[in-house]
Design a protein around this ligand. Structure first.
Ligand SMILES: NC(=O)c1ccc[n+]([C@@H]2O[C@H](COP(=O)([O-])OP(=O)(O)OC[C@H]3O[C@@H](n4cnc5c(N)ncnc54)[C@H](O)[C@@H]3O)[C@@H](O)[C@H]2O)c1
Ligand SMILES: O=C(O)C(=O)C[C@@H](O)[C@H](O)[C@H](O)COP(=O)(O)O
Ligand SMILES: [Zn+2]
Length: 368
C-alpha cells in the first residue's frame, strides 16, 4: 500500500482533498480526525445492501470507532430507486433517532446513488451538516466530486437537489475489485466522458488500455480515476454552481437522462444511458459541422469499454423528447446541448432545435 494520490478541489473556504489509493478505508478514522470531523457528535454512515454484504462497511465502522467516533449505520436498497423522497425521509428519521446534531457528519459509502442521496440528506438535515464521500464504484469518481446531490422525481432525474460540497473524498481502490462487470463498464462511461470533454490523449489512452480497465488492473484503474477526478476537479473549481463552464460535464446527459427516466430508471444504468447520449451528441456534432471522426471515435472507445452505443427501440420517441424538456439545461424555451466539436473539446450550444434532436433519436433507433 503506497502513498495515495491527492488532488484538491479548489473552492476557497469550501476546498477539499480527494485521496485516491489502496487501503484508505482502514485509515478513515485518522483522516477524519485530521480533517476536523467532530468526535463529540454522532456520525451516520449511509450505504446500500450490496456494499453492506461485503467487508468494506465493517472496516469503515471499525476504523472510525477505533479513532473514538460514535457511529450509526443506515442501509438502503441498492439501485437508482433509492434516490427518492421516500428513502430521503427514512434517512432523516434515522438521523434524528441516532441523535445527529448540527456538528454531525454523514458519510456516503457507496456509488453515485448513495453519494447523491446521502449528500442530499446532509445538505438538508438541520439546514446542512458536513459530509464525507467514500466512493466504491468507478462511476463515483464523478459523483463524489463537485457537490451535486439530489434525488429523482418519477418525471425527471436529479430534479430535487442542492450543491453541497463534501469535507473530503476518500477513494479506496480496493473496493472496486468486487464490482459486477456491467457496473465496471457503466463507470467507465463517465471516465471516457472526462476525456471526450477535456483531453484527447486520455481518450486514446482509454482505447489502448480498455482490456486492463475491464480486468480491474489496479495500476490502470488508479491512473484512469486520477485523470477523471482531475478533470472533474478542474471544472468544478472554476464554476461550482454551473453558471457556465460546468455544463460541459453534462456531455451525453440531455439524451441520457431522458432515456433513464423513460426507461423507469430500471432498464439502463446511468453510465449506459450516458454512453448512448454521448453517441447522440457526437451525431449531432457531425450534423453541425464537426468531422465524422468525432462520431466514429466516440462510438469506438465506448464500445471498447463494453458500453451500449445504440438507442433501445422500445423507448418511445415522444416520451424521450418530452423528458428532455425537464432537463435543467432546458431554459427560456430552448434546448442546450454539449456538443463535442473535436475529440477532447466541447462547446455549449444554446440553440439546438428540437426537430434536429428528434431526427437524431429516430436515426439512432433505426440503427439499433
Ligand atoms: N452527483 C454527481 O455529480 C453525479 C455524477 C455522476 C453520476 N451521478 C449519479 O450516480 C448514480 C449512479 O452511480 P453508480 O453507477 O455508482 O450506481 P450505484 O450507486 O447504484 O452503484 C452501482 C451498483 O453497484 C453496487 N456496488 C457499489 N459498490 C460496490 C462494490 N464496491 N462492490 C460491489 N458492488 C458494489 C451497488 O450496490 C449498485 O448495485 C446515478 O444516480 C447518477 O445520476 C451523480
Ligand atoms: O457534476 C456535474 O455537473 C455533472 O454534470 C456530472 C454528471 O455526470 C452527473 O450525472 C450529474 O448528476 C448530472 O447533473 P444534472 O445537473 O444534469 O442533474
Ligand atoms: Zn453523469
Amino acid at each position: 500500500m503506497g502513498e495515495p494520490r491527492v488532488l484538491t478541489v479548489d473552492m476557497g473556504e469550501r476546498s477539499y482533498p480527494i485521496y485516491i489509493g489502496e487501503g484508505l478505508i482502514d485509515q478513515a478514522g485518522k483522516r477524519f480526525a485530521e480533517h476536523g470531523i467532530s468526535l463529540k457528535s454522532p456520525i451516520l454512515i449511509v450505504t446500500d445492501e450490496n456494499i453492506a454484504a461485503g467487508n468494506h462497511l465493517a472496516h469503515l465502522e471499525s476504523s472510525l470507532k477505533q479513532a473514538g467516533f460514535t457511529v450509526s449505520t443506515a442501509i438502503v436498497p441498492a439501485g437508482e430507486s433509492s434516490k427518492s423522497l421516500t428513502v430521503f425521509q427514512e434517512l432523516v428519521t434515522h438521523a434524528l433517532q441516532a441523535g445527529l446534531d448540527r456538528k454531525s457528519t454523514i458519510v456516503a459509502l457507496g456509488g453515485g446513488v448513495v453519494g447523491d442521496l446521502a449528500g442530499f440528506v446532509a445538505a438538508s438535515y438541520m439546514r446542512g451538516i458536513k459530509f464525507v464521500q467514500v466512493p466504491t464504484t468507478i462511476l463515483a469518481h464523478d459523483s463524489s466530486v463537485g457537490g451535486k446531490v439530489a434525488v429523482n422525481h418519477p418525471l425527471a432525474k436529479n430534479i430535487i437537489g442542492a450543491f453541497h460540497q463534501p469535507e473530503m473524498v476518500l477513494y479506496d481502490l480496493n473496493t472496486l475489485q468486487t464490482l459486477p462487470k456491467r457496473e465496471v463498464s457503466a463507470g467507465l462511461s463517465e471516465v471516457v466522458k472526462h476525456g471526450l470533454i477535456w483531453d484527447a490523449d486520455f481518450v486514446a489512452w482509454c482505447d489502448e488500455n480498455a482490456e486492463r480497465l475491464l480486468a480491474l488492473d489496479p495500476e490502470a484503474l488508479g491512473y484512469a480515476l486520477y485523470k477523471g477526478c482531475s478533470v472533474k476537479a478542474a471544472v468544478v473549481s472554476k464554476d461550482e454552481r454551473e453558471n457556465d463552464l460546468r455544463a460541459i460535464l453534462n456531455l451525453g446527459h440531455t439524451i441520457g437522462h431522458a432515456l433513464e427516466a423513460v426507461a423507469g430508471y430500471k432498464q439502463l444504468l446511468h453510465g449506459e444511458a450516458i454512453s448512448i447520449g454521448m453517441v447522440g451528441a457526437a451525431r449531432l456534432a457531425v450534423k453541425l459541422g464537426a468531422s465524422e471522426q468525432v462520431y466514429t471515435v466516440t462510438k469506438h472507445v465506448l464500445s471498447r469499454v463494453g458500453l451500449p452505443v445504440r438507442l433501445p427501440v422500445d423507448l418511445d420517441t415522444d416520451l424521450i423528447m418530452d423528458a428532455m424538456k425537464h432537463d435543467k439545461k432546458f431554459q427560456e424555451g430552448s434546448m442546450t446541448f454539449i456538443v463535442p466539436v473535436a475529440i477532447g473539446r466541447v462547446e455549449i450550444n444554446h440553440s439546438v432545435s428540437a426537430s434536429l434532436v428528434r431526427e437524431i433519436v429516430e436515426q439512432m433507433k433505426q440503427e439499433a
